[in-house]
Ligand binder design. Structure first.
Ligand code: OOG
Ligand code: NI
Length: 464
């Protein structure tokens, strides 16, 4: 098989995320409304800031600005997770990071499947936050066994999807003739099923144990539960949602609005109550409802170093000690004010953020470097001071556990808070996954180091 006959993983990922978007918009019309709002706000933001538009043209592709950046699914078993890893690998998406949500009252642990290289991220940054249900955190032994039995019986991948993955693995890629079928077959796994796998009575028991358990166990597959486009002004979208008839969650998760955006800000509209039917023991269908699917938006800033992240975590914690946002939004303004105030302790200036070692930066030679007299040295700091090498923030491509918990909670019904013993178990997760996850900090540090080395090399090459 000649290499040229393979479709690139980036192309498969793009086709897949586009197909998923079309499907989700059809399944959840409110999501289409959100997409329209995001496109309008992004356009208004760009019209008001021509410089931003220029920068986006240089660094990104402007026409894809409002496209989806991520989605999320919840899986039930180790076998599902391991197979999902193989499916995503065909699309150039690899597990990055480990997120334990048990401490936040959600019985799952997660990773994000995403493109890793710079070129792949630019081409299409689509990623999927993927959670695995932790039945080990459920106290009721009988219910746990029943849930395990039901999950053990379902097949979330079509047999053709499995075949195509195996073929891609053997051949080293997807051949052109198989690309469309691969996307269509894999899409089936993410589809919504309004006919439940379980009786209304069992659904109720699962739901009482935790709403998330009911969401995972009761259905044929891990329906995509949200998609998330990128917005250039998250505060505007949050404010305008009600005007378009959609209800935003109480507060925006993550850091406050700032000049130098750090990490990730996210908000969502609340999950909708949808009609489903449950199957009784005698085979008759009973109408009911289930709440799971929503839409989200995100705005990304600089990736923080462990030191920067520790400061972020500390400040977020401090804010929440002062004001804990209530699900009904009644103290949202107060929370935002506290967030703004507390985060004054985080420098809002790129040079400061860099000098204090709080964020990761990419280095390059300044466009006018040649014209400048500069010290003949390999000392990065001296060259930056001389204006010969410049630095740009590296965008954070991952997720935040506290924010993720907030997103989960607001879409599972806020009134319910359940405590689990905090029990991260990355080793178990990786053994279920069949691979280890990439450490996000090491990854950003490497991008930074390599960019500095490349900039110094390029500079040497310009010297006589
Ligand atoms: C995933 C919630 C986490 C995010 O953006 O932090 C998430 C879920 O609800 O399944 O998507
Ligand atoms: Ni999300």
């Amino acid at each position: 098989m000649k290499e040229e006959s393979f479709v690139s993983a980036d192309d498969i990922r793009s086709a897949f995320s586009a197909a998923m978007s079309v499907m989700y918009r059809k399944e959840v019309p409110a999501y289409g409304t959100l997409l329209d709002l995001v496109a309008d706000v992004n356009k208004a933001t760009l019209d008001a800031a021509p410089q931003l538009r220029e920068r986006l043209v240089e660094t990104d592709s402007l026409d894809r600005i409002s496209e989806e950046r991520h989605g999320a699914i919840r899986l039930g078993t180790a076998a599902e997770l391991a197979m999902m890893r193989r499916v995503f690998a065909v699309m150039g998406m690899f597990p990055v990071g480990y997120y334990d949500l048990s401490s936040a009252g959600v019985p799952v642990h997660s990773t994000a499947f995403r493109p890793i290289g710079d070129a792949a991220l630019k081409r299409n940054p689509f990623r999927v936050f993927t959670s695995l249900l932790r039945l080990d955190l459920i106290a009721d032994r009988g219910l746990r066994d029943e849930a395990e039995r039901i999950l053990g019986q379902r097949r979330i991948f079509t047999s053709r999807a499995v075949e195509l993955v195996e073929k891609a693995e053997t051949q080293g890629g997807i051949v052109r003739e198989d690309a469309a079928a691969f996307v269509a077959e894999v899409l089936e796994t993410f589809r919504w099923h309004d006919k439940a796998n379980v009786s209304a009575e069992l659904y109720r028991r699962l739901h009482d144990a935790h709403r998330l358990i009911a969401d995972v166990v009761s259905f044929k597959g891990p329906h995509i539960n949200h998609l998330t486009p990128r917005t250039l002004d998250i505060d505007a979208v949050q404010r305008l949602m009600p005007e378009r008839g959609i209800a935003p969650k109480a507060v925006i998760e993550g850091p406050p609005a700032r000049k130098c955006l750090i990490l990730l800000r996210q908000t969502s509209f609340k999950a909708l109550e949808e009609q489903v039917s449950f199957i009784d023991g005698d085979g008759t269908w009973k109408p009911g409802s289930h709440t799971a699917r929503f839409g989200e938006i995100e705005q990304r800033g600089i990736a923080l170093t462990p030191k920067g992240r520790a400061l972020y975590d500390k400040l977020l914690d401090e804010t929440r000690q002062r004001v804990r946002p209530t699900p009904d939004g009644s103290n949202a303004a107060e929370y935002e004010k506290a967030l703004q105030q507390v985060f004054r302790a985080f420098p809002d200036d790129w040079a400061q953020i860099r000098a204090q070692g709080l964020g990761y930066f990419a280095y390059s030679i300044a466009p006018d470097a040649k014209a400048k007299k500069h010290p003949e040295t390999g000392d990065l700091e001296a060259l930056i001071a001389a204006g010969v090498i410049c630095f740009d923030p590296i965008t954070y491509e991952d997720f935040l556990p506290v924010s993720a918990a907030g997103i989960f909670q607001s879409n599972l019904g806020d009134d319910e808070r359940q405590e689990f013993v905090e029990s991260p178990n990355q080793r178990r997760f990786e053994s279920d996954l069949g691979a280890s996850v990439l450490n996000e900090f090491e990854h950003y540090a490497r991008i930074e180091r390599e960019s500095a080395e490349a900039a110094l090399r390029a500079l040497r090459a310009t010297e006589p």
